[in-house]
Design a protein around this ligand. Structure first.
Ligand code: HEC
Ligand code: HEC
Ligand code: HEC
Ligand code: HEC
Ligand code: HEC
Ligand code: HEC
Length: 438
């Protein structure tokens, strides 16, 4: 009777723990923390205004229906079509990033998460001694309470099991039986599991299902990075420069073949041409005027009053990842468009091109994992041939030493590599964790 009760308790706690961990990974919270919390707090104005009940605020103050979603996707577009949004856009001199990749569901998930938080001000009113600077982290503390409680519960059950085992052992010893006859802890656990198939089965099923769903959710969150296109200080079109005017990528990204980074041009590089080119239409003139302001150019001479041009970085890898442009562009012979898409056709500012679009570009090898994720790097390393024949075919000479070593010492391995007609990046170690991670 007591045993049955304990078993059901274990099932219940596991289910509760699983439910709690779902809460930790809720879509809205993850999105808010990853994308919005750098500028927005929930109950306090910061770089951006507080976000609590902001949907209600927009609705009650006369915003057009749905314009708040358009705002998050692209605030400039929203401000152009809705007078209320235009008013909001003047709140702060700093402007908000664009999030064109967020769906209406994603944005609602963010706001639902935000609105579900409890206002610390009312908390303080309820009890004396409350502190006013309650942060977002502490607000989700409930979940952790559940997890800790669960862990304590499991520990108690395991300890009780151990005590019972020791008692039984002591009894067996007293009665003159052989102590070693008593099953080991592992065997006892197996026995227990067999006896309680149903409970173990249900628990296992719930946990497996939950892990599966969480895994899929996690993948979904990585995906959100694709198509990322932050706003930029100048609406710079690659199509006009690298496309129509055929300027070489390396004229502006001049370290792509020399170092890890490709580099972003300084305003002096722009001025090489724009001292002469001030634009043909009022629209172009307005954009190019921003270059002059940055360079401190008054149309005939430099005034010395410069204003830094701060481009927002589009492609960003975490600090623990090592990536080198030189290795890919020069040694690997990979074209810019395999990873960045056809920039000569990009009419707006740069963005992370989703892998489905990259796959449509002629000459690219098709990949399946979202651009810039680890899966994407790994997949290319396993598909991409360094050469279509022996390594000595590569004229750079970079692989000559490896070629010689393989020919002399590992001939069978080399033959195995060449079976599909190419040596892939993976076969030369492109899947080793340490190659990409510090
Ligand atoms: C780089 C900073 C920054 C980031 C990141 C950011 N915002 Fe903003 N946000 C602002 C600023 C600044 C404003 C005020 C409007 C203005 O002056 O442009 C604003 C305004 C808003 C407003 C209108 C607020 C009001 O009181 O009417 C909403 C809604 C909003 N942001 C949602 C979001 C969401 C959702 C995210 C994350 C997906 C986000 N923001 C990310 C800076 C940011
Ligand atoms: C006239 C100068 C110029 C030329 C030529 C040029 N770019 Fe750019 N590129 C820029 C500027 C300025 C930015 C920053 C603005 C932006 O992100 O749109 C940029 C941004 C980028 C980015 C995004 C950088 C980031 O932050 O992640 C990529 C990728 C890129 N360029 C690739 C290319 C490729 C490929 C070519 C050749 C087909 C090329 N560029 C030619 C000036 C240039
Ligand atoms: C194998 C894929 C790949 C190729 C090929 C490639 N890039 Fe990149 N590029 C990246 C990645 C990944 C980043 C982000 C790097 C980081 O955050 O450390 C990046 C970042 C950039 C940036 C932002 C500034 C910087 O240096 O981080 C520019 C500009 C850029 N690339 C231009 C180019 C140009 C121009 C070429 C061709 C000459 C090129 N890339 C070829 C993957 C690639
Ligand atoms: C090698 C010469 C060259 C360099 C360097 C150059 N540009 Fe340009 N840019 C041009 C030409 C040519 C045009 C097209 C003007 C026209 O259509 O009459 C242009 C047009 C533009 C326009 C207007 C585009 C439009 O039609 O909306 C902007 C904005 C611009 N450039 C920004 C920049 C910035 C920012 C830099 C520096 C990162 C830069 N350019 C560097 C040659 C250059
Ligand atoms: C389009 C295919 C492609 C993609 C995508 C790609 N790589 Fe590579 N990578 C290569 C090629 C080709 C080489 C050159 C092989 C060599 O260095 O021997 C290479 C080499 C490397 C090397 C050097 C390996 C060695 O053996 O010394 C590192 C590190 C690396 N890549 C990291 C990355 C990272 C990190 C990413 C993702 C952000 C990435 N790569 C994405 C094709 C790719
Ligand atoms: C070809 C390059 C490459 C290789 C090889 C590689 N990784 Fe990664 N890894 C990456 C990149 C790029 C990211 C960042 C992906 C992102 O931001 O979504 C990453 C992210 C990760 C993360 C997630 C960390 C985080 O930011 O959330 C872990 C964990 C990880 N790698 C472990 C490994 C292990 C273990 C191996 C060896 C089996 C390995 N990696 C091999 C490129 C690589």
């Amino acid at each position: 009777m007591i045993r049955k009760f304990t078993n059901w308790c274990v099932v219940a706690v596991t289910v509760m723990l699983t439910a709690a961990s779902f809460d930790v990974y809720s879509q809205g919270e993850t999105l808010f923390k990853n994308k919005c919390s750098t500028c927005h707090q929930i109950f306090k104005d910061g770089t951006g205004p507080k976000l609590y009940n902001v949907r209600e605020k927009w609705a009650s103050e006369g915003a057009k229906e749905g314009s708040i979603y358009a705002w998050v996707n692209n605030w400039q577009k929203a401000a152009a079509t809705d007078p209320y949004a235009e008013q909001v856009s003047k709140i702060k001199p700093t402007s908000m990033n664009q999030f064109p990749d967020l769906t209406k569901e994603d944005i609602d998930a963010i706001f639902n998460y935000v609105d579900a938080q409890q206002d610390p001000a009312t908390k303080v009113a309820e009890g004396p001694g409350g502190s006013t600077d309650v942060t977002v982290e502490q607000e989700s503390g409930n979940t952790w309470l559940w997890i800790v409680a669960g862990l304590i519960f499991v520990t108690i059950i395991l300890t009780l099991g151990g005590v019972r085992r020791q008692l039984s052992q002591a009894v067996a010893e007293k009665e003159g039986g052989n102590v070693n006859d008593y099953p080991s802890y592992g065997a006892e656990v197996r026995q227990w599991m067999w006896k309680n198939k149903i409970y173990v089965g249900i628990t296992g099923l719930v946990v497996t299902l939950a892990l599966l769903i969480m895994g899929i959710q996690a993948l979904g969150n990585i995906n959100v990075m694709e198509a990322y296109q932050p706003s930029q200080p100048i609406d710079f079109p690659h199509s006009v420069h690298a496309g129509i005017n055929g300027i070489d990528c390396k004229y502006c990204h001049n370290s792509a073949d020399k170092s890890r980074t490709a580099g972003i041009p300084t305003v002096n590089v722009c001025m090489n041409c724009h001292k002469q080119i001030s634009g043909n239409t009022p629209e172009q003139e307005a954009k190019i005027k921003k270059i002059y302001e940055a360079a401190g150019w008054d149309g005939s001479e430099y005034t010395g009053k410069t204003k830094p041009l701060v481009w927002n970085k589009v492609h960003v890898l975490p600090d623990h990842v090592y990536f080198s442009h030189q290795q890919h562009v020069v040694v690997g012979g990979v074209d810019c468009k395999q990873c960045h898409g056809d920039m000569t056709k990009q009419q707006q500012t740069a963005r992370i091109v989703p892998v489905e679009e990259l796959n449509k570009i002629e000459g690219n090898i098709p990949l399946t994992k979202p651009t810039l994720t680890m899966g994407w790097c790994i997949e290319c390393h396993s598909e991409k041939g360094i050469t279509d024949g022996p390594l000595s075919d590569k004229k750079s000479g970079y692989y000559d030493e490896i070629h010689r070593r393989l020919m002399n010492n590992d001939r069978t391995l080399y033959d195995k590599y060449l079976k599909d007609g190419k040596v892939t990046v993976r076969e030369l170690g492109g899947w080793e964790c340490a190659k990409c991670h510090y």
